[in-house]
Design a protein around this ligand. Sequence first.
Ligand code: PAF
Length: 291
Amino acid sequence: MPEVVTTIAALRKRVAAAREFARREGSSDAPVSRVVLVPTMGALHDGHLQLVRQARDLGGIVVVSIFVNPLQFGPGEDLERYPRGLDSDVQRLEGLADIVFAPAVDEMYPAGSAETRVSAGAVAGLYEGASRPGHFDGMLTVVAKLFHIVAPDVAVFGQKDAQQVHLVGRMVRDLDLPVTIAVVDTVRESDGLALSSRNQYLDQTGRAAAVALSRALRAGSAKAESGPDAVLEAAGAVVAAEPAVKLDYLVVVDPETFLPVGVGHHGPAIALIAARVGSTRLIDNERISFP
Ligand code: PAF
């Protein structure tokens, strides 16, 4: 079972000891003293485990953080009901993670919150950020804290949260943080639904309707040859045909800038979708290449 550490001081000590042990025991050519962080909010599903497996494959010491970060939830969002279950999360990490960092809120924010925050910039006001003001500042603030606490060589994130991945990568570049970001493809149910901790809020009808998000993205990407507008039209038609799914946004963005692509766009892009199924907000995305 991974060792569970709940304080910042103990985590720093434990990581330093693991690095030192690995350095002494390991062969000089193996990346044994590399520390790989997988930041999570718990409620671990197979998508998270895929991130941790990837971390394991990178070699070295695998730290999984489990922390439901209040800073990235807005008023009226699901902070209180967000699924929590540390014991079962730790069990799922057996054989995959070395250390689980699971601090309480007052360990991370002794003053109740953080006065100093990372500002995620203009892209943070779009798409997810438009529906969830302040979400990305809160997310980047806790990610920056985790990077300072764990001091990982590599941090692993899931492509499922494409805007998050973009903003974390930009923070790392803008602030010259000494960490490499590894991105892992979205894990899906057999019908295409992207795995998400929030899927467990869905009832049977909602679960059946939710697959419209990935179906829309697939229908859209099948139209890549006809350009971004055709992609949006095809994807939009799939969502419109599913009354239980209320579209929040559907957009095709440039992966470099994360701004919407123009009609004549060529090359790589990402189609992003967010929708409400009942009271559950779901997101998904798909990489598209425009010829
Ligand atoms: O993707 C998540 O679960 C969270 O946004 C993260 C990166 C763990 C920060 O709280």
